[in-house]
Write a protein that binds this ligand. Structure first.
Ligand code: ZN
Length: 405
């Protein structure tokens, strides 16, 4: 597919801007507004001017005319790992402790994320704290990239799944020490590894849970007392149940989640980031991933079940966010974001429902609903522009032509 060049603008370079697009897309209403201009001051939307006429532009203001484009809120990925590249896991891990060799690949990941319209990403952590270090470089203006919400390292039991995500702890006391240390280092979120991962060899098999209910309760409460929300890596229904009971803030993965758990999540207002693409992408033929025929059948069954659960969750009123697990094996930063959107569409989401999940709901999941996720006065001017009507054809999002971040 022919792709047009992307124009990227940073809010920090412009104190005042007027964006005059062909249309503004309103994901809440699933419709396009024409003759609408967006007035931006210091990176915030200060006025949405309907029935706008270019003759009304006050002199001296910087105007960005985008007559062919439809403007939407910039996209949000609720689950990435900037420290990983989705291709060579072992090489990535080696770079974390090898000077600043990690920086170049991370730059590439950030660029691809911006190119795909992502202005905000929530990083699921890594043992090298690369995600957190990257966030700090971006915040200091030393690196170009989307805004990162970082959790530093993941918290899991020593000897269980996730040694690449964190140092491992052997008891709750150590977990609380690690939470203190992470808080001290400026994390936004905590990631707790409640379970192992889903098997591609044995259908429905998931790595064992790592914590008892009381351990998870204590850690979650400790985190909340420090003002840190908790994302729970929970790949099995057992892990999801533990997370719900402990009052975690988001359920990640949740393969094989039960109807009862989904109902409980809806009731308690705990959102779900179902990350379908890391499973679905195992079937891509053009990667290094080679699975046996049997494994491929298991992978297909696993992600198709996940699509059914997504639809079920939507019907129950569970808040669903877009998370790609970018950096995990076979998942490319930025590029595969659209693939996750497609999978939501395959699950039965309409284009406007997909867009809402990618913007407003994902903002809410990240705890940023007051700041981002929609085009409203007072919100940050994080915007993308695409050609065509995304409510009729989601494919227009494959080619983001404008980004304000
Ligand atoms: Zn992850």
């Amino acid at each position: 597919m022919e792709t047009n060049k992307l124009t990227k603008m940073r809010n920090s370079d412009h104190s005042e801007l007027i964006i005059v697009p062909g249309h503004v897309a309103d994901p809440d209403m699933g419709r396009l507004l024409s003759r609408t201009a967006l007035f931006i001051q210091k990176g915030r939307i200060v006025r949405i001017h309907r029935d706008f006429d270019t003759a009304q532009i006050p002199p001296g203001l910087e105007v960005v005319n985008l007559p062919e484009l439809t403007i939407l809120p910039a996209l949000i990925d609720c689950h990435v790992h900037v420290a990983l590249d989705g291709v060579d896991f072992a090489a990535a891990i080696k770079r974390w402790s090898d000077g600043d060799t990690w920086l170049e690949p991370v730059k590439g990941a950030l660029e691809k994320s911006l190119d795909s319209g992502l202005a905000t990403i929530r990083d699921g952590g890594d043992n090298g704290m690369v995600g957190l270090r990257t966030k700090k470089l971006i915040n200091r203006g030393e690196l170009e990239g989307p805004r990162i919400l970082a959790c530093g390292q993941g918290i899991g039991k020593t000897g269980k799944y996730g040694s690449f995500l964190g140092p491992g702890i052997s008891n709750v006391g150590e977990a609380c020490q690690l939470i203190d240390a992470l808080k001290e280092q400026g994390v936004d979120w905590l990631k707790i590894l409640v379970s192992g991962i889903v098997s591609f060899k044995d259908y429905g098999k998931i790595g064992a849970v790592q914590f008892t209910q009381s351990e998870l309760n204590i850690m979650t409460e400790y985190a909340h007392d420090l003002g840190l929300p908790v994302m729970a890596h929970a790949s099995s229904d057992e892990a999801v149940r533990l997370g719900i009971e402990a009052g975690v803030d988001t359920i990640e993965h949740g393969y094989f989640v039960s109807a009862k758990s989904l109902a409980n999540m809806a009731e308690k207002g705990i959102p779900w980031v179902p990350t379908v693409v890391p499973v679905a992408n195992q079937l891509k033929v053009d990667t290094h991933l080679h699975h046996s025929q049997e494994a491929q059948a298991i992978i297909r069954r696993t992600y198709e079940l996940q699509l059914n659960k997504i639809k079920e969750a939507q019907a129950l009123g569970v808040a669903l966010g877009i998370g790609t697990d970018a950096g995990a094996g076979g998942v490319v930063h930025g590029y595969d974001y659209f693939r996750e959107l497609e999978l939501f569409a395959q699950a039965g989401f309409s284009p406007s429902e997909v867009l809402k999940a990618a913007t407003r709901t994902s903002a809410q999941i990240c705890g940023l609903q007051e700041e981002i996720g929609s085009i409203e006065v007072g919100k940050k001017a994080l915007l993308i522009g695409v050609k065509g009507n995304p409510f009729q054809d989601l494919n227009v999002l494959r080619n983001v032509e404008f980004l304000l971040y």
